[in-house]
Ligand binder design. Structure first.
Ligand SMILES: Nc1ncnc2c1ncn2[C@@H]1O[C@H](COP(=O)(O)OP(=O)(O)OP(=O)(O)O)[C@@H](O)[C@H]1O
Ligand SMILES: [Mg+2]
Length: 246
C-alpha cells in the first residue's frame, strides 16, 4: 500500500515554548498506528498539529499527506482532503442537531450538497451497525451527551465522513469497558467498509489495542518518538509503564 502519512523532524509548540522536539512517524494506507506515551508527552499536541490547529505553530519539519506537504494547509482544507479528527474533549454546539451537523460536514467533505434524506438514511444505517440508540440522531450535538455517548458519536462521524486518515485522540478516555470495546469495534467496522483508511489512535490502554490490532505502536516521550514496534510494545507498557524511556 502507498505511503499515507509521513511526519519528518517535526518541531512545534505554542509561542516560544516548543512541545514537539523532532517527531518522525509514517503510516501506509490501510494501517493503524497506536500512539502511546505518558501524560503530557505531546500526543494531543501532535494530533492537533497534524490536523492544522491554529493554536500551535510548526517551527520546522514537515507533514506529508499522500505525498503532499500539508504543513501549512488550514484545518478545513485538510478535512476536505480526507483528514479527520475526533477530539479528546469534543465540544457541545448549542442548538445544532446531530443530523444537521453531519450534513454540513458531509457536504463539505464531498464539495457538494448532500440531501437531508441521504444523511438521515446513512446515519440510521450506521447507528444500527454501531449498536447506538437511534434517538441520538434527533438530539443536539453533544448537548447533555455522556462522555461515552460523545465518543460513540465521534465514531459515527468518522463512519459518515469517509476519511482517508482518521486521527482519534483518547477515544478510550472516560469510557467504561463496554465503551472501549464498542469504540474499538466501531473503528474496525469503519475500516472494514473503507480498507484503505489509515488510523492514528492515541490511547493509554493495551486492552483497546487487543481489539484494534494496530500494525504499529509508537511511544512518544517528551515530544519525541522514543520507541516504535508492534503489539508487543503495548503489552510491555501495560506491564512496566514508561519508566524505561523517561
Ligand atoms: N495550548 C497549550 N498551551 C499551553 N501548554 C500546552 C498547550 N498544549 C499543550 N501544552 C503543553 O504541552 C505538553 C504536552 O501536552 P499534550 O496535551 O500534547 O500531552 P498528551 O500527551 O496529550 O497528554 P495526556 O496523555 O495527558 O492527554 C503539556 O505539558 C501541556 O501542558
Ligand atoms: Mg492528550
Amino acid at each position: 500500500m502507498a505511503l499515507l502519512l509521513q511526519i519528518k523532524d517535526l518541531h512545534a509548540g505554542i509561542q516560544e515554548h516548543e512541545i514537539l522536539h523532532g517527531v518522525n512517524l509514517q503510516l501506509d494506507e490501510g494501517e493503524v498506528l497506536a500512539l502511546m506515551g505518558p501524560n503530557g508527552s505531546g500526543k494531543s499536541t501532535l494530533a492537533n498539529v497534524m490536523l492544522g490547529s491554529p493554536e500551535y505553530e510548526v517551527t520546522s519539519g514537515q507533514i506529508l499527506y499522500k505525498g503532499e506537504d500539508v504543513t501549512s494547509w488550514a484545518a478545513d482544507v485538510r478535512a476536505k482532503a480526507g483528514m479527520f479528527m475526533a477530539f479528546q474533549h469534543p465540544e457541545a454546539v448549542e442548538g445544532l442537531p446531530v443530523v444537521q451537523f453531519l450534513r454540513q460536514a458531509m457536504s463539505a467533505r464531498r464539495s457538494s450538497d448532500v440531501s437531508a434524506l441521504e444523511v438521515r438514511v446513512a446515519v440510521m444505517e450506521w447507528l444500527e451497525q454501531l449498536g447506538m440508540d437511534p434517538s441520538l440522531a434527533s438530539r443536539h450535538l453533544n448537548e447533555g451527551f455522556s462522555g461515552g455517548e460523545r465518543k460513540r458519536n465521534e465514531v459515527l462521524q468518522m463512519a459518515l465522513l469517509d476519511p482517508d486518515l482518521a486521527i482519534l485522540d483518547e477515544t478510550d478516555s472516560g469510557l467504561d469497558v463496554d465503551g472501549i470495546a464498542m469504540v474499538a469495534k466501531g473503528v474496525n467496522m469503519v475500516k472494514d467498509a473503507r480498507p484503505s483508511m489509515g488510523v492514528v489512535m492515541v490511547t493509554h490502554y493495551a486492552k483497546f489495542l487487543e481489539v484494534l490490532h494496530p500494525e504499529h505502536v509508537a511511544v512518544l516521550v517528551d515530544g519525541a518518538v522514543v520507541a516504535s514496534g508492534g503489539d508487543e510494545l503495548a503489552t510491555e507498557i501495560d506491564r512496566n509503564g514508561y519508566d524505561g524511556w523517561k
